[in-house]
Design a protein around this ligand. Structure first.
Ligand code: ZN
Length: 169
């Protein structure tokens, strides 16, 4: 039965994937667990989700996703210049070092050091894959109908304690 199912909205899809950017693997489920998500709920990036419709278990595909359908284009406003002396001493001030910054409201944001000047450090708050074309190699490992509860919540519920987004439950 399940091998007749094709990916459509309202299904839980289990998928192996490898993400290539600029010819290099940046993420893969190889060696770990495949990802599981509710198709049609925006659980994965839109440019990938839209290419999965109609695939069956065992099907594989190369999906190219333009940056605007992936992690977005580089936002020139998402940079901030911070005086060097505001960084704790244990943070190496070198380009591409990743760090977390707390804003005025207490939210933690991920940033990367973009440029280091004599007095100013330029931080980049864009997603590391912003502006990048993505290439996914995907293989559908499983498809099942979502439960009522999953549809209501808009995400997959695992066998284990994976419903971590449901603090309000
Ligand atoms: Zn839930």
């Amino acid at each position: 039965m399940s091998d007749e199912m094709k990916v459509q909205d309202g299904q839980i899809v289990t998928m192996d994937y490898t993400l290539w950017v600029d010819g290099e693997v940046v993420d893969t489920s190889d060696g770990t667990d495949p990802i599981e998500f509710l198709q049609g709920a925006g659980n994965i990036i839109p440019g990938l989700e839209s290419q999965l419709y109609g695939m069956a278990v065992g099907d594989s595909k190369d999906v190219w996703v333009a940056s605007q359908d992936g992690y977005g284009d580089v936002d020139e406003d998402a940079f901030a210049e911070v005086p060097r002396n505001q960084f704790p001493e244990d943070i190496p001030l070198e380009p591409s070092v990743e760090l977390q910054v707390r804003d005025e409201t207490g939210d933690v944001m991920n940033a990367r050091i973009d440029q280091v000047g004599e007095e100013i450090v330029r931080l980049d708050f864009n997603h590391p894959l912003a502006g990048k074309q993505l290439r996914f190699e995907v293989k559908i490992a499983g498809i099942r109908q979502a439960t009522e509860e999953e549809l209501e919540h808009g995400h997959v519920h695992g066998e284990h304690d994976r419903d971590y987004e449901d603090e309000e439950d």
